[in-house]
Design a protein around this ligand. Structure first.
Ligand code: CTP
Ligand code: MG
Length: 229
């Protein structure tokens, strides 16, 4: 895996507006546990032994704040801070442009999931040495899932064959670069779907409930309580 001489770069996407959270600033710069939300995932990735470099994508106008933050948390692996784009895919693409040439593995992570642990990083990296193009953390669904059309249930899906997917997501740099090479607008909610669309093989590994994506104020309060544990 990445220890075998290959280099791993993490792209931390933090360029969203955080509209659903509804604060006066982008989500990545909202407070969490006494510092800004972005600090948590940045510090965790920086101290992860598998991660060699980090590229952070932030909203326009927040680049300097991110650089200062990286200094504050002593995130010495930050290779670049880039301005994100209008969609998550645009932000990933902007980050990818700054991934060092020698990186053979790219890890993409949402800053909106602050509690990224070393164990899940290890789980998503492992399949890359088994020939997979990528790996994502997945969680089983607790509820029954139905397809709905105009408010009417038209199908009940087999829950046992479904997972909800989180980040960090790991890819060979080649597979990810190919997935984002397509010109024009792509609006995928995760990177793996683009890799899959190009025929890439993506392994699903065990996710982590604490990787909850902070979307609403209730999510923020919940993650804050976990942080205090
Ligand atoms: N993201 C990004 N660039 C965008 C949109 C999203 O880098 N143009 C990042 C967010 O910063 C977040 C992750 O992608 O870390 C997942 O996005 P989401 O949870 O939807 O965050 P926001 O887009 O900020 O929230 P909202 O949709 O409520 O505005
Ligand atoms: Mg969004």
């Amino acid at each position: 895996m990445s220890g075998g001489g290959s280099s791993t770069c993490a792209i931390l996407v933090a360029a969203g507006a955080g509209e659903r959270l509804g604060f006066d600033r982008p989500k990545a710069f909202v407070g969490l546990g006494g510092r800004v939300l972005l600090a948590e995932s940045l510090e965790r990735l920086d101290t992860n032994d598998w991660v060699d470099t980090i590229v952070v994508a932030v909203p326009a106008g927040w680049e300097e704040a991110a650089i200062v933050l990286a200094e504050e948390v002593v995130a010495s692996k930050v290779a670049a801070v880039v301005t994100g784009g209008a969609t998550r895919s645009d932000s990933v693409r902007a980050g990818l442009a700054e991934v060092p040439e020698e990186a053979l593995v790219v890890l993409v992570h949402d800053a909106a999931r602050p509690l990224v642990g070393d164990d899940v990083v290890e789980r998503v990296l492992a399949p890359l040495s088994e020939g997979y193009d990528g790996a994502v953390p997945g969680l089983p669904l607790a509820d029954t899932v139905k397809r709905v059309q105009d408010g009417v249930a038209v199908e009940t899906l087999d829950r046992s064959r479904l997972v909800t997917v989180q980040t960090p997501q790991a890819f060979t740099a080649d597979a990810l670069r190919r997935a984002y090479a397509t010109e024009g607008h792509v609006d995928a909610t995760d990177c793996a779907s683009l890799v899959e669309a190009r025929g890439g093989r993506v392994r699903v590994v065990e996710g982590d409930p604490r990787l909850l994506k902070i979307t609403t104020p209730a999510d923020l309060a919940l993650v804050e309580s976990w942080l205090a544990d």
